[in-house]
Design a protein around this ligand. Sequence first.
Ligand SMILES: [Zn+2]
Length: 280
Amino acid sequence: MRWQGRRESSNVEDRRGRPTGLVLGGGAGLVVLVIALLMGADPRALLQQMQTLDTSTPAAQAPDPAQDELAKFSSVILAETEDVWHQEFARMGREYVEPHLVLFTDRVESACGMAGAAMGPFYCPQDSRLYLDLAFFDVMRGRLGAPGDFAQAYVIAHEVGHHVQNLLGISEQVQAMRGRVSESEYNQLSVRLELQADFLAGVWAHHTRRLQGMLEAGDIEEALNAAAAIGDDRLQHQSQGVVVPDAFTHGTSEQRVRWFRRGLETGDVSQGDTFTARAL
Ligand SMILES: [Zn+2]
């Protein structure tokens, strides 16, 4: 991809290198202040002390500079999704609300709970944020055999797809079925939700392809390869050696490729109803 020099999103929160990805200082400092005041300390002296404390508290670990290029790349891709989805939502007579992208290292606190890098990138509907540990791109390149920058862009576009589903109220409808249908039926709905996010990533790729000059030969193949590589059947094969269809939550490699391709070819959001589709 030719992505250098393009607009970066202003919605990236870089929490790399922070313990559990939390913003410390403010909250912890406040607790110290309240306790000290209760014990009758002089607030001015305390505030001064806290300021020196704050600046002298070292970051747990400096962010990996080798990842800075990837961080910039992710920010450009996020900006590209903003452009496309503003346009597509306007076409639907709706307003697109941009999500935030949180970059983290190892562990992160989200409104959906504490998450580790092992679970891969995810979207949390409660705080409208995408969470990404850039080390996942190494895993894709290495263990999953899905190299390439457009493969990485596809992963971000898939998570943005979940945000689009959230804005359109689709995720909520699926969530509401939890407990009302059997577990295997609920898993089926989750698969359809995931395949739709792949479809939406394809829709994004369709419109990005139209924006001159960004894609290079082989880019689309990278994304298709990634869609295949991170299908649940592949992942389960690698981790357990057996495929257990009932536990699928993302769809098979073949299904993921098919829905991504449909989005890519049509560029039309209305073509992505995975919920009424008979064949996935
Ligand atoms: Zn997903």
